[in-house]
Structure formats: structure tokens, C-alpha cells
Design a binder for this molecule. Structure first.
Ligand code: ADQ
Length: 482
């Protein structure tokens, strides 16, 4: 930030479903490790500089001595943690139920996967209220509270009910659907009015922001759109001003770029490619999720192999899938579909010495992940819908050879920033995606370098630190309206 503003001095309190830690037992001792996701990397320095607090579910049962572990963590990391425990039943109804079987599919335009249940909604309200109680008991008037994502939308409104008047901000990491879809949610007004309890509501893209504003106008006649600016829409609701903006999240470019250049990663990358005998590697890295379009990608690869014989023996699709939400039935079905499809394609096209699809179902360590990014000639990021998609940005930052081709879904938030220099595809269009795979495979070196150079510049310039600064900056600027 260029100038010091009021919000810069406030203590920052981040509230998210999961705390940015992993609690585990090593040699009979409970240990706590800091998480390594993009959000922690971005927020840790800011929260540390403001002696802040992070509130969330620790992701473990009642076994570990959390108070003691949190004290140690606070001393080592420079910010504090506070836990909101969840029972098994709450995990089922609030997390797997309302959050991941109602809001998640609906917000990703997948109405067919939605399960709207009154019980789940009640538990969602109760758990959000528990988060709000912890926030209220641990914060004061001078704090800035920043709530993260769809699991905790109601927290702001519940804090207002508890009488909190301090600044409250919210960021939605997933898309916001069109009004036509959003109105199917039985609790649509409750969700919208809860979002309007914050001072600032941030979305990933301009489209998400517009979708939200359109739904709010349609469903809440009492509100007034006060001003529409490029950076923000100002809404007047119940005598308050709510700022609505879009802030595309990103990654720590420098960190990825530097790590990808290390000798350790270079060696791992070399080894990986050696095992694939000089073929081009087309990489997919995704959490197991039906929004990521993995079966559609496999079908497009199958079509590409039917259509373009020059791909045979000269390319392999390396698909890494991280197990996720494996207790939700839709995710179990997806796993089976992937097993079946990859088996079918490999048995149909494979030859001795060439496996078309290498399919790995596990998380990768960081060095391995970076090696995969660095060594792959092509990355396939083809979600059916995605808030942003950090894999696309990580691939660019780690493509230090500057010759990778990014095939990117037009329905990923990342397409707004990267679409011009990636090969954009509609993941529902099997034929078009197959053609893009072949185009990437045959793309001349010069064009690859030009495109990847532009992509890297974009990701470098708008990194995650820029994201934090612009979000917090939006909270600080000109709160007064004429
Ligand atoms: P996600 O849906 O989890 O995030 P994404 O943005 O792609 O999706 O982030 C996934 C993260 O997991 C990446 O940082 C990636 O490195 C890591 N990862 C994926 N596969 C891995 C593997 N096999 N091994 C190790 N690590 C792996 C949600 C939204 C997104 C939004 C982010 C951030 O759904 O749209 O971009 O939040 O706002």
C-alpha cells in the first residue's frame, strides 16, 4: 500500500473454516505444523505484522492439547490461533452437507449435484453462530475481521446481531452464480442479507461481483445501488454502505519461481521426464472434485488420440488427483469414473512402452509438485467452473524454462487474467479441447516462449501480495459518501 490508512493499523483477525495448520502425532508427541496453502502464505506476513489472530476449525478431535500447542505456535509464528471445535454430526451437516452439497455445487452451476436439506441449513446456521461467538469473545472494536469463503457467510450478520460494530470483510473464493441459478436456493434471501452485513464483500472476478449485485437487486427490494465504479459497487442497505469489489486471488510468484529453479527441483524434473522417455508431458493437477472437469478432460484426450495419430507414443497425460471430500458420495462416484475411464483409454490405445494416461491418486510433496510443473510441456487446467484456479498460476510461475503451454478453461476465474495468452477451451466441448491439445503439442518453440513470457509477467505482477494489499486497501479508502 502506498499510504498508511486507518485499516492498516488495526489488528487483523482472519476467520476461515480450517485453521492454517496440521495437527498430528510424531513419536508419541503432539505437534502442530503451519499450513502451506496460498492463503496462509499471503496472509501470514500481514497477520504477523499486526500481531493478529486466526480463528477456525483445527481439523482434529479432542485428543491434542490445543491450548499448549497454540501457545507454542504463537511464539514461533508471531500470530495467535483460536479453535472452533466441530462434532462429527456438525462436520456432516455443516461441512459435507450445506457447505459442500448445497452451496458448493450451486455456486459452481451444477444444480444437479445440489442437495437442499433443512437440517443441514440449521446446522450451518448453528456452526456459523459458534464461529461468531468465538470472534465476538476474542475481538475488540479496533480489530478488522476478515471472514473467508462460503462455509462462513452468516458470521458477519450474526456478529452484527451480537452488537459488533467493527469493520467486517468477507471474501468468496468460489464463483457467485447467476441470479437464475442463485434463486433456486431455498435460503437465498438469508444468504444475500448476510453478505450485506459486511463492510466489504470481495469476489474473484467482475462476473461474480455482477452476479451478486444482480441477485441482490432482484431479491432485496429495500436496497439501493448508490454508485457503480470500476473498482467497486456501493450498496446502501439498512442505513449502511456495503462495498462490493472483485479481487482475483493469486500465488506467491517469487516463491514458486525461486523454488522451481532450485537444483533439487531440476533433478526431480529431469528424473520424471527420463521415465517418460522423451515424450511431451501434458499435466493435470487437481483436487478430486467434479467441478474440475477431469472426466471431460480424459474424454477429450481420448478423442485427440482418435483424431491425431501423431500423438501416439509422443505424448502422455500425467494426471495427479489429490484425494478430497472422499466421504461425500458424489466424490466417490467421481473416483470410480476416473478409474474406469483411464483404464478404458489405456487399454484402447496403450502399446508396450507407452501408457497414454498416467493417473496418480495422491497428494504430491512440494518438490515433486514443482518438478511436475517445471518439466511438463503442456498443462491442462480445464474446470467446468472455478473461482480462480491457482494451479494455472503455479504452472506459469514454475515454468522457468519459459516454454510451457497452458490450456485453460474459459470458465475458470483465471481466464480473465490469463485467457489472452493461454489456449482457451470450453471443457464441455470435447472436440475443441482435443484440437487444443494437438495445437499445444505442435506449437513452435517461439510461440510457446512468447505466450509463456506474457503469462509469467501477468502472474508476477498480480501476485498474492498484490491481492492482500488491494483487498485491505479497498476497506480503508473513502468510507464516507456524500
Ligand atoms: P481449490 O478448489 O482447492 O481452491 P485451486 O485454486 O486449484 O483449487 O488450488 C488447489 C491447490 O491445491 C493448489 O495450490 C495446488 O498446488 C494444490 N494441489 C492441487 N493438487 C495437488 C497435488 N496433487 N499435490 C499437492 N498439491 C496439490 C478454491 C477455489 C479456487 C480458488 C482457490 C483460492 O475452488 O477456485 O482459486 O480456492 O481462492
Amino acid at each position: 500500500m502506498t499510504e498508511k490508512t486507518q485499516s492498516d493499523d488495526k489488528r487483523l483477525v482472519v476467520v476461515s473454516n480450517r485453521l492454517p495448520i496440521a495437527v498430528g502425532e510424531e513419536a508419541g508427541q503432539w505437534r502442530i505444523k503451519p499450513g502451506s496453502g496460498g492463503l496462509v502464505t499471503a496472509l501470514a506476513p500481514v497477520i504477523k505484522a499486526r500481531q493478529g489472530l486466526w480463528i477456525g476449525w483445527p481439523g482434529c478431535g479432542e485428543g491434542p492439547p490445543l491450548d499448549e500447542l497454540f501457545d507454542n505456535f504463537g511464539r514461533e509464528q508471531g500470530y495467535r490461533l483460536a479453535a472452533v471445535p466441530l462434532s462429527e454430526e456438525e462436520e456432516e451437516r455443516y461441512y459435507r452437507g450445506f457447505s459442500n452439497s448445497a452451496l458448493w455445487p450451486l455456486f459452481h452451476d451444477l444444480l444437479g449435484n445440489c442437495r437442499f436439506r433443512g437440517d443441514d441449513w440449521q446446522t450451518y446456521l448453528e456452526v456459523n453462530r459458534r464461529f461468531a461467538d468465538v470472534v465476538a469473545s476474542r475481538t475488540g472494536e479496533d480489530d478488522l475481521v476478515w471472514v473467508q469463503d462460503y462455509q462462513l457467510i452468516m458470521v458477519g450478520a450474526q456478529l452484527r446481531e451480537l452488537g459488533l460494530r467493527q469493520k467486517l470483510a468477507f471474501f468468496l473464493h468460489i464463483p457467485f452464480p447467476t441470479h437464475d441459478l442463485f434463486r433456486r436456493l431455498p435460503w437465498n434471501r438469508e444468504i444475500l442479507t448476510a453478505l450485506l452485513a459486511y463492510d466489504l464483500v470481495g469476489f474473484q472476478t467482475l462476473r461474480d461481483r455482477r452476479n451478486f449485485v444482480n441477485s441482490a437487486i432482484a431479491l432485496i427490494p429495500e436496497l439501493q445501488v448508490e454508485r457503480r465504479q470500476r473498482a467497486q459497487t456501493l450498496i446502501r442497505y439498512q442505513g449502511r454502505i456495503v462495498r462490493v469489489g472483485h479481487f482475483p486471488i493469486s500465488i506467491d510468484f517469487a516463491e514458486f519461481n525461486d523454488a522451481a529453479r532450485s537444483q533439487e527441483v531440476a533433478d526431480a524434473a529431469w528424473y520424471l521426464h527420463e521415465n517418460l522417455e522423451g515424450r511431451q508431458v501434458m499435466l493435470g493437477v487437481d483436487r478430486l472434485d467434479y467441478t474440475k472437469g477431469i472426466p471431460e478432460r480424459f474424454r477429450a484426450f481420448e478423442r485427440a488420440l482418435e483424431k491425431y495419430p501423431d500423438l501416439h507414443r509422443n505424448i502422455s497425460l500425467l494426471q495427479v488427483v489429490v484425494p478430497s471430500r472422499t466421504q461425500v458420495p458424489d466424490y466417490q462416484d467421481l473416483k470410480q469414473t476416473l478409474d474406469r475411464l483411464s483404464g478404458r483409454i489405456n487399454s484402447r490405445f496403450g502399446e508396450p512402452g507407452w501408457i497414454p494416461i498416467h493417473y496418480v491418486f495422491r497428494s504430491l510433496e512440494r518438490t515433486q509438485l514443482l518438478a511436475h510443473y517445471r518439466t511438463s510441456e503442456i498443462a491442462l487446467v480445464t474446470p467446468l467452473r472455478d473461482g480462480m484456479n491457482l494451479v494455472a498460476k503455479e504452472y506459469c510461475a514454475a515454468s522457468v524454462e519459459n516454454n510451457g503451454v497452458l490450456i485453460l478453461s474459459e470458465f475458470a476465474g483465471a481466464a480473465d487474467q490469463l485467457g489472452k495468452h493461454a489456449l482457451l477451451v470450453n471443457p464441455y466441448d470435447v472436440e475443441g479441447t482435443a484440437d487444443a491439445m494437438h495445437r499445444a503439442f505442435t506449437m513452435p518453440g517461439e510461440e510457446r516462449r512468447r505466450r509463456m513470457g506474457m503469462l509469467r509477467t501477468q502472474v508476477r505482477r498480480y501476485d498474492v501480495h498484490h491481492w492482500v494489499r488491494s483487498f485491505l486497501g479497498a476497506l480503508s479508502t473513502g468510507t464516507q459518501l456524500p
